[in-house]
Design a binder for this molecule. Structure first.
Ligand SMILES: [Zn+2]
Length: 318
């Protein structure tokens, strides 16, 4: 607890000192128009490792945070290396289950003069109903970091069908914030989901879930460096084809949360999934099923349209 307080104080002091010292250089550098570049260096940081497990699994048999982080980080790296070959130099802070101090993670990034830093983590909370993704930036002065964070959350929300808890600024990530505060390049910390929520934990532990998360982060990064530096994807092969999309049936959207136990929902006889979006009017969406083929989804859609939900439709996630 005491340690936490000190860390928090350091974070606050860090913000203050950053505001007076490096704010100028950082925001000035980033206020400039797009910077054409032939290549950039990306640090991919799998959080924790070795004797530091990060968050513990919620369910027996599921992976620890350090293992999930590494799997997602490696997938992200694989996509970047394939689709942006020769354009992005990927450096991992760790590629195995080893302990690396936060200072070392930051100093590697700084010494390699990396352009971007993406740290991968998984969340946990004592309230097991909490779910969704978050992307953290250290402060709003880093416009590039903020834009990249927003792009990542946008991908999670609109392409990968994940709940979004939004972009968090100066939110207390404890000690881990140091990777954001002390790194000299735009840095984001992605919390890929809650291990304390059993549905999300199963998703995080699935190969498909990991691929969908990694591809969402990849697309955000790819689009971002295209916009900022004019760096284009090498292969025009769609990443979605490699990942095999999934389909859900959207039965309803609402501007207020609905009970998934309401009679019309219950009459369907299928579990109802609620996804909360931010920044839209009908921000509570309700889905039925997860299908790997469109044919399967169409069959189910037909049955659903014969009930109360005539306007139901198929949504593709990738
Ligand atoms: Zn973590």
């Amino acid at each position: 607890m005491k340690k936490k307080k000190i860390v928090l104080l350091c974070c606050i002091l860090g913000c203050v000192s950053l505001a007076f010292t490096s704010k100028k250089t950082r925001s000035e550098a980033e206020a400039k128009p797009p910077v054409p570049k032939k290549s950039v260096t990306l640090i991919i940081d799998a959080g924790h490792g070795g004797h530091d497990p990060g968050n513990l699994n919620g369910t027996k048999g599921m992976l620890l945070e350090k293992d999930l982080n590494l799997l997602i980080a490696k997938k992200l790296g694989t996509y970047v290396e394939e689709y942006l070959k020769g354009k992005v130099n990927v450096i991992y802070t760790r590629k195995t289950d080893e302990f690396i101090g936060l200072e070392n993670r930051v100093s590697v990034a700084n010494s390699k003069k990396a352009d971007y830093f993406i740290s991968i983590h998984c969340n946990s909370d004592s309230k097991t109903q909490i779910s969704g993704t978050e992307t953290h930036v250290h402060n709003a002065n880093s416009k590039v970091g903020l834009d990249l964070a927003n792009a990542i959350q946008d991908q999670f929300l609109n392409r990968a069908g994940r709940s979004s808890r939004g972009v968090k600024i100066k939110h207390d990530r404890g000690y881990n914030l140091m990777v954001l505060k002390d790194s000299k390049m735009p840095a984001v910390l992605v919390e890929c989901g809650f291990m304390s929520n059993s549905t999300e934990e199963a998703y995080l532990n699935s190969e498909r879930g990991q691929s969908l998360i990694a591809s969402a982060i990849f697309r955000a990064f790819r689009d971002y460096i295209d916009k900022r530096h004019g760096i284009k994807q090498v292969s025009d092969k769609s990443i979605a084809k490699q990942i095999s999309p999934m389909y859900k049936i959207q039965i309803l959207a609402s501007n207020t949360p609905l009970s998934t136990n309401m009679p019309d929902f219950k009459a369907l006889g299928d579990p109802i999934e609620e996804i909360k979006l931010e920044g839209t009017t009908f921000n509570y969406k309700y889905y039925v099923g997860t299908f790997s083929s469109k044919k399967e989804a169409r069959k189910k859609l037909k049955a659903i349209q014969e009930t109360h939900f005539q306007d139901a439709f198929i949504v593709r996630f990738e």
